[in-house]
Design a protein around this ligand. Structure first.
Ligand SMILES: [Fe+2]
Ligand SMILES: [Fe+2]
Length: 396
């Protein structure tokens, strides 16, 4: 460690070079002081810390991206005439942020910084996306303080925001706090000729009552990756009935994009990279000509195609999961192993370009690396054409 600070008298601000630790502690203090009342001024102060971290990693963020906050709580449709996300030829772009896993700010501020970095990313997009999807797992242990903190930060997203639930948001109070912030866990909306569905796919059978578990014990069990106690995720009878009713009103030629937290297929059961009633859900989606499922939860570049349904995972802002030991879909081009010395490597956010025919290009905005695009052409050719390029890894 190189440190020119006087360890007994605290850091010597403004006098020559400062250690990495000192800079970190100063940025941390700025984050913590600004969070209780995240006004625009406070957000800018906090974001400047995140921008500093990004700049240190060689990432450029447009400092002119900051605009007055416009939050659309539980937005159900993009603003009329919102042409900002147009990509030409009638297509448009949306953005996503997912899986931030916020703890109470006293316990962990790194994940707070990462979510702020993602918010900066999407706010800097020019043109702005038509809307932003938050993909679930905003909280780590479903605590009211975690969800309140996340909701406060998400108010700073400039574009209209749609929020999806993850299991980490839900199993402390069975969604009570999350619903208070964000509304229904199942909803749909139409945008520029595409039907979008947001669905809760993390419904578990009751494993807690018979075991006499407290809410926190239930939450911690669900939060564990490989504990053997929790049941598999499902969309469940009630949500599937809602989905069937919603889709019954939509013409089968209308492009369909479904946002779910868990992948709507069966990948690796022990980690709940799995949706137990995926076959029934896919049967509801299959009659549509063009279907895309965008999901969170797996924290990695993940690509699958089953029949006419394309599946794309989202990156996490908090950490990348390793790939499951078996079941990885053939279409997946694996992202690089993250640099263990850089806690933000393997994390990121991204966007989705929706073409006029409803097919999508999925863009993985991996932090500190070049973006990776999984194109519609790659998907519809069954992996024969337009193979995605894996972002180069620096040697380490
Ligand atoms: Fe997650
Ligand atoms: Fe999750």
């Amino acid at each position: 460690m190189t440190n020119d600070d006087d360890q007994t008298n605290g850091p010597r601000r403004g006098r020559g070079p400062r250690s990495v630790e000192t800079v970190y502690m100063e940025e941390r203090a700025a984050v913590m002081q600004a969070l209780p009342r995240l006004s625009r001024r406070g957000f800018m102060k906090v974001s400047l810390g995140a921008m500093g971290a990004a700049a240190a990693a060689g990432v450029t963020i447009n400092p002119h991206s900051f605009q007055p906050i416009r939050f659309v709580p539980g937005a159900r449709a993009a603003e009329p005439g919102a042409a900002a996300g147009d990509v030409g030829g009638g297509g448009f772009r949306i953005a996503y942020i997912s899986d931030s896993h916020l703890y109470k700010k006293e316990l962990n501020d790194r994940f707070v910084r990462s979510l702020l970095r993602a918010v900066d990313d999407v706010n800097a997009m020019d043109p702005q996306p038509d809307f932003v999807l938050y993909g679930g797992d905003l909280a780590q242990l479903g605590q009211p303080e975690e969800l309140d903190l996340g909701a406060e930060i998400l108010k700073s997203v400039k574009a209209p925001l749609h929020v999806m639930v993850g299991e980490h948001d839900w199993y402390f109070d069975m969604g009570e706090r999350w619903r208070r912030h964000f509304g229904d866990d199942n909803y749909s909306f139409d945008h520029k000729g595409v039907h979008f569905v947001v669905i809760n796919s993390v419904v578990e059978k009751d494993f807690w009552t018979a075991r006499g578990m407290s809410p926190m014990e239930r939450m911690k069990t669900v939060a564990g990756l490989d504990n053997g106690k929790q049941s598999s995720f499902t969309v469940g009878d009630a949500n599937r009935a809602w989905l069937a009713g919603d889709l019954a009103k939509v013409d089968k030629g209308t492009p369909l994009v479904v946002f779910s937290h868990s992948p709507l297929y069966k990948l690796y059961k022990n980690w709940n990279f799995w949706t137990d009633d995926a076959d029934e859900v896919q049967a509801l989606l299959r009659p549509f000509k063009t279907v895309t499922v965008i999901h969170g939860h797996t924290h990695q570049v993940l690509t699958n195609r089953i029949g006419n349904i394309s599946f794309h995972g989202m990156l996490s802002t908090a950490w990348p999961w390793p790939y499951a030991p078996e079941g990885l879909p053939e279409m997946t081009i694996q992202m690089n192993r993250p640099d263990p010395f850089n806690p933000e490597d393997g994390c990121g956010d991204g966007s989705v370009i929706v073409h006029p025919d409803g097919l999508v290009d999925k863009v993985y905005g991996l932090w500190n690396r070049n973006p990776m695009t999984v194109s519609a052409k790659y998907m519809t050719s069954g992996g024969e054409a337009d193979r995605p390029k894996v972002p180069n890894a620096k040697s380490y």
